[in-house]
Design a protein around this ligand. Sequence first.
Ligand SMILES: Cc1ncc(COP(=O)(O)O)c(C=O)c1O
Length: 489
Amino acid sequence: MSRKANVLAIPALGNLDRQAGQLSQQLARALRGAIHKGDLKAGDLLPSTRSLSSSLQLARGTVLEAFEQLVAEGFLESKQGSGTRVMFSPQASPSRKASPSSDVVLTESALAFARVAERIKTLSPRPFAVSVPVGDTAPDDIWRRLGNRIRARGPGAPSGYGEPQGARPLHEAICEYVRKSRSVHCTPEQVIITSGTQQGLYLATQILLDPGEAAWVEDPGYPGITDIFETALRDRKMVRVPVDAEGLDVETGKILAPHARAAFVTPSHQYPLGMPLSMSRRAALLAWAKANHAWIIEDDYDSEMRYAGQPFPALQGMGPDNVVYLGTFSKILFPSLRLGYVIVPQPLVSAFNGARILMDRHPPSADQYVLASFMKEGHLDRHLRKMRGVYAEKRRVLMEAVTALISPDLATLQPTDQGMHMVLWLKQGLDDREVVRKGVAAGISLRAVSHMYSPGKSQSGVLLGLGGFTDEEIYAAVRTLGRVLLAAI
Ligand SMILES: Cc1ncc(COP(=O)(O)O)c(C=O)c1O
């Protein structure tokens, strides 16, 4: 039988600093620490939130919030009717297993990074993984030919150190491309090559916020940014701002954190929900940023894949002095390329270069020259035209298969005119993490949407990527998903 934990005997709980505020975070930290130390063990049953709040003299909502945070992080599991139990056991954590000696004590940071590695796993390239290139559109031959030419001789051949900002021909090609396709205002000097949006988000958080300063982050939002605040840069404050049918709710942001230094947004295709940020919200966000000397970090992922209507131009074009613009080749070419870019207002260029030097000196050179030629010779434009047609068809097939094979009593698909994934909302009683676990065991790749919400707000859903799969594979996977949903009820 599992132990009923004597939480009140945990010394850290007696040390909550009531003056310092953020009591739910303090309580979560204390419980997390107790789990790491082994004071609380996997399987232990915690007291109810009501009894803990009365023993600790805390508001019940504070205790609830701490529990929800730890449930989201995978430390606790809450089941209706059977209470909240400890799930995580430090001995079983990947970092502990990998330790050469059992008495190695890992820092909170090491453990937090290890949890990210557990949570954000690369999905197997099978339906419904996102960003799997479609086989017959992948520009393999041209890429190989250009690569052979450029890597063998010329600027892409092995040579000395490069510039932290990247290679000049690629700055020029990107500047031209975003100017024409996204109405971005820039000069090549403002373009910084990254190893993808992920690196751009990390650099932006480090550079644009000082310790203690706050930034708005969409709720729900991209784990690639929320995990940076929760793990790597915990001294910067993340304020989750809700998203509605028009995208980020700017007015609520202004109430929650009027003087935040930055806002991280996905205006062309909100991640994960898929709607664009409306024109009036764009204007309101920019007006707030200008009035408060705040930065807007615009993650423009998926903007190229629009299947109906006119795309909104990038926010950057409306306020180039306030916006740090992030683009990636992961979606339109292939994610293993690991190339993206940040376009920054001129006064930020040196700061990004300096941070880049300390992080990894500069991006690998050869593929930058291959990509610059690929763009300058018109291959990217041709590739994109072809991709749009192929992905529009994949999207149609996926919608058709879901409508035909999954009962609306189990789940409903949220339609979107853009991007490379859709959200399938699960009906009440279906836990998306359970569905993901069962789906993976049944041979399909899924991501749970509930992780993308702040604690207490989550909704149950899964992401369905439109990746590079045949119609037959999509139909077979939807059939499997239907079976998984029925079994998970
Ligand atoms: C919201 C969002 N931004 C950016 C990216 C691309 O990231 P990267 O360029 O690091 O591959 C993704 C990929 O899934 C994404 O979902």
